[in-house]
Design a protein. Structure first.
Length: 127
């Protein structure tokens, strides 16, 4: 595996650590480790930048889906400073995955996320 592939996979691993951090203090640290200070997150439901607002979007997802975890599905595909990957939101109780999506991230020179463009592939009614 190339150094670039490791860089993409490491960034995606930190991304999921942030999304799965249930504790606010752990979430704050995980977001800071994953994103640049002026990093952004955009999907059909959110368009934010900065650590505090990104952590807020993640907290809102935990409130809406308590007991769920984000998981990578498939491999991370990337080149240069860009990577794409798919994910699912899985219930710890029954293993169901009511939400799935795909994200494209861009990285800075140190491998931290500058931007996320998220796409929701499956969403339950009413979300």
């Amino acid at each position: 595996m190339s150094a670039t592939a490791h860089r993409h996979e490491d960034a995606v691993a930190r991304y999921f650590e942030a999304w799965n951090a249930g504790d606010p203090v752990a979430r704050t640290k995980a977001v800071a480790a994953a994103w640049t200070e002026d990093g952004s997150y955009t999907d059909p439901l959110a368009d934010v930048s900065g650590h505090e607002d990104i952590a807020g979007v993640i907290a809102a997802a935990h409130e809406q889906f308590p007991g769920f975890e984000f998981r990578l599905t498939g491999a991370v595909d990337g080149h240069h400073d860009t990577a794409r990957f798919s994910w699912e939101l899985v219930s710890a109780a029954d293993g169901s995955a009511p939400v799935t999506g795909s994200d494209v991230i861009t990285l800075d020179g140190q491998g931290r996320i500058r931007s996320v463009l998220g796409f929701l592939d499956r969403v339950p009614a009413g979300v």
